[in-house]
Design a protein around this ligand. Structure first.
Ligand code: DQA
Length: 171
């Protein structure tokens, strides 16, 4: 039985949306002592390689505008299986981005390059974290890789549960 479930999971293709908030387009230029030298496009290249190796479809989006980020989250409904998001400065202020994540009900992982708890007090609170499956911070660009691994695990579990439910109905 286990073997059959595993085989079915392998055949299912996952789709993940990666959403990057304001100023992350300036990685590699911006406060390198905090965020490191790597550019956003290079982080995305690494994620794409992992995605290709694991049969994951991946889409990248960056915006400096709150409304555009909300629109992108809404578009994920019915289109992607999971969201990886670094809401950047909006992490600490945006009730509307949090509401959009709650609305679509997709597994979401929040990523921060820096450890927000080591920084100014206004960064300690994330309005987004309570509606996410998990939060990864302080690991630099590697955090995005960890998020991909975590999302793969979550989506495999969701898929296995769906298949077990279907098998139960058929029995
Ligand atoms: C950040 C942390 C935020 O506090 C900050 O506003 C950012 C980047 C990070 O990845 O460490 O823009 O999300």
């Amino acid at each position: 039985m286990d073997k059959i479930v595993y085989k079915l999971q392998k055949e299912v293709k996952m789709k993940i949306a990666v959403i990057q908030g304001p100023n992350l387009n300036m990685l590699g230029i911006r406060e390198k002592n905090i965020y490191g030298p790597m550019k956003l496009e290079d982080i995305h290249k690494q994620m794409k390689t992992f995605a290709e190796q694991n049969r994951i479809e991946i889409e990248f989006f960056q915006s400096n505008l709150e409304g555009e980020i909300i629109d992108r989250i809404q578009e994920c409904l019915g289109d992607v299986d999971g969201i990886i998001i670094n809401p950047a400065g909006y992490t600490h202020t945006s009730i509307s981005i949090r509401d959009a994540i709650s609305a679509v009900q997709l597994p979401t992982i929040e990523v921060h390059l820096s450890n927000i708890h080591q920084r100014e007090e206004f960064r300690h609170k994330s309005l987004i974290a309570p509606v996410c499956a998990g939060q990864i911070m302080g690991m630099g660009p590697f955090g995005y890789h960890l998020a991909m691994v975590g999302m793969t695990q979550i989506l495999n579990e969701v898929q296995a549960m769906k298949q077990a439910q279907m098998a139960g109905k058929q029995a």
